[in-house]
Design a binder for this molecule. Sequence first.
Ligand code: NDP
Ligand code: MG
Length: 405
Amino acid sequence: MNKKQNITILGASGSIGQSTLDILRRYPDRFSVFALTAYSQVEKLGDLCMQFSPQYAVINGEENAEKLNKLLKSKGCDTQVLCKEDALSFVATHKDTDMVMAAIVGAAGFVSAFAAAECGKKILLANKETLVMGGELFMRAANTHHAAVLPVDSEHNAVFQTLPESVRHEMANGVFSGSLNDKIASILITASGGSFLHTPLNEFEKITPQMAVKHPKWSMGRKISVDSSTMMNKGLEVIEACRLFMLPADKIEVAIHPQSIIHGMTRYTDGSILAQLGTPDMRVPIAHCLGLPERIASGVAALDFFALDKLTFHRPDLQRFPCLRLAFDALKIGGTMPCILNAANEIAVAAFLDNQIRFTQIAQVIEKTMENMPNTTADNVADLLQIDKNARIAADEIIKKFQAA
Ligand code: NDP
Ligand code: MG
């Protein structure tokens, strides 16, 4: 039997982190957990350390680290606790890490995912914001260092499963450098349409954070749930698909498919379309990435075709979902505009969740930030992080103006 795979889970306390650990529990002989990270949930991370005995645990801040250390010592757990700024990158690039689940939410996940790419690690990439803010830089680093980038995002994972064999092989071995474009006609990613697909437009003003974090089909973290309800999530995913699969924007189709059974498809020039179907549960794409090249059990119940009523598809309405239009605009403009879009979205969503702005103002904050920020290029991580920071400041200022008005 092959040697056990050591896995580092960045964002272990989150929704994707939990789903990953749920699968790992089934395969103690196949995987061992090398490091787990969280931001502020000390007790949750403590519980996970007790269950999985990783070598390292990373938490934000000295105070949290001290608390976690005490907790672990009192239970006889000898996991080493880290909290310094470079701790996430340290565990992601450690020589004993074989694969990295990148499941931190937002731009905060970029640096550690990038470090893993530069180190040639196998990366199970859930953190789509990495590809939106700096996809070109990230993919260049991954290719240079032969880091395999396996898509965890369900639509991208679905597309990946339906790609030509040679491309899947290249991607799984970290040697993919853009050979897909002339092999296919297009790819298609589906969208559930979120919670407000049929809500009358004049009621959008009254949408509360509690309403927006409830997703009709998927159980996810708060930020991505709001992104799904504005459909920014699909916008981020179109940019993610362009970067990951190295395809031009006109080769990516989006269809609203409220049943969320087909997740992604590939159209071939002969008229064939290959699709991936499954119950909407993130353990399916996670198990696919973990098991490659084999298939392993995800714990998800088999899809019952006879319980399905119908599968429907329609075009997204860009008036109803201006965030999706803004993402298409950012992609067309290129340069650092996707990074600006992503940063402004994170600030706007956080302000909405904090009841500082209305649901309809999320798109307005992003649009104004995009208008106010110059579009440039970023050839290195330091420049990219500076643009991300500037866009956050610009978005904050716009929110303050909205509040003052
Ligand atoms: P959650 O909010 O559930 O979890 C986020 C994780 O990141 C937590 O472990 C959190 O720690 C940690 N974290 C938050 N902020 C920071 C920070 N500044 N520095 C370091 N760690 C931080 O998110 P999800 O699991 O839902 O999503 C994770 C990523 O996966 C996102 O990029 C999302 O877009 C993507 N994704 C998620 C899907 C889903 O179904 N959930 C589907 C497809 C993609 P703590 O718990 O301590 O706050
Ligand atoms: Mg998705």
